[in-house]
Design a protein. Structure first.
Length: 330
């Protein structure tokens, strides 16, 4: 999967804003851009290419963006842009609405309609995440999506929170995925987004059964990720937390060729594998890492780890340490 990163600090300060204008026009839309910091515009951009859909992370100090009717007439890719505000102040005018999204909010924009937006942040972390996708890819009618344009949607809890966390995790772990993962990643993004919008309008009945199942499965998986360290996390506990039967939960995971118990075990093993490869945790005993992620029986954990990764956990830790040392020597 293609991940592209860019920083304006690659050129001298007087050239930075112009460079950002040109790069953002190629990755997003050609809009009118203004900034109070254009004399030394320090910005970063990270784009995760998912084919027709893309996810980007942006960092900048101050930016005003204007999309005019004339620009739309010249060229309109007919895309939705879903912005997740990560920090700073924001203001937006779009389709006759004037809003001030808060940190954690999601906002949907339409490239086919004029808008004005301004953001003021500190360029130390990512200012916002943006998903950009063609109108036709979203499994909701345009008249439905039109109702939520420029409306702040809570991205801190509920389905909005699931969607925002999914985007953040995808951005952080994009290098782990390959081109073969793109269709599945795109499908989850579209189904989650459709569920967020429909839920915002209390229009879940407009979603297809497949989209509702995918959204529920993603919500369940996010719940599991947050509770992996809990030794009492079981399929039954997961089902009860989502007010569904254990059989329904098993059917959801069977669609992906797995089971709730197997998926929980896999995610716990992945957390253990990550910790065993972390040089900052070299002093922590293997069994302490296993216990941290819900494996209370060291022998059972060792057997599971060997079956999943082809070697015992201690051998894996030694191997990853040796690889780090070789890279440091080159």
């Amino acid at each position: 999967m293609l991940v592209t990163e860019f920083s304006t600090q690659a050129v001298a300060p007087p050239e930075r804003f112009a460079l950002f204008e040109e790069v953002s026009a190629g990755t997003h839309l050609r809009n009118l851009l203004r900034s109070d910091d254009r004399e030394d515009f320090r910005a970063r951009l990270r784009v995760v290419d998912l084919g027709e859909l893309q996810l980007s992370a942006q960092s900048f100090p101050h930016l005003e963006v204007v999309r005019t009717a004339e620009q739309i007439r010249r060229a309109d890719p007919e895309v939705y842009m879903i912005n997740c505000v990560l920090h700073g102040q924001a203001g937006l005018s779009h389709t006759g609405r004037h809003t001030t999204p808060r940190v954690g909010d999601l906002v949907v924009l339409d490239s086919s309609r004029p808008f004005e937006a301004h953001r003021r942040t500190v360029p130390d972390g990512w200012s916002q995440l943006t998903v950009q996708l063609p109108h036709r890819m979203l499994p909701l009618p345009e008249r439905t999506v039109r109702q939520v344009l420029a409306l702040p949607i809570d991205g801190r809890s509920g389905m909005g929170g699931v969607f925002a966390r999914w985007l953040g995790d995808l951005n952080a772990r994009a290098d782990e995925f390959t081109a073969a993962d793109v269709p599945a990643l795109t499908s989850v993004i579209l189904d989650l987004l459709a569920s967020v919008i429909a839920g915002c309008l209390q229009a879940e009945e407009r979603l297809s059964p497949k989209t509702r199942r995918t959204a529920l499965r993603a919500r369940i998986q996010a719940f599991v990720e947050r509770h992996l360290a809990d030794p009492d996390l079981t399929p039954r506990a997961v089902a009860e937390a989502h007010h569904i039967s254990l059989r329904h939960l098993q059917q959801l995971f069977a669609e992906d060729g797995t089971s709730p118990a197997a998926w929980i075990r896999h995610r716990r093993l992945e957390r253990c594998r990550r910790d065993l490869a972390d040089p900052g945790l070299d002093a922590r005993p293997v069994q302490a890492i296993a216990a941290r992620w819900g494996f209370t029986d060291p022998a059972h954990f060792s057997r599971l780890f060997r079956a999943a990764y082809g070697m015992p956990p201690r051998e894996y830790r030694t191997m990853t340490g040796a690889r780090r040392n070789r890279r440091a020597d080159t």
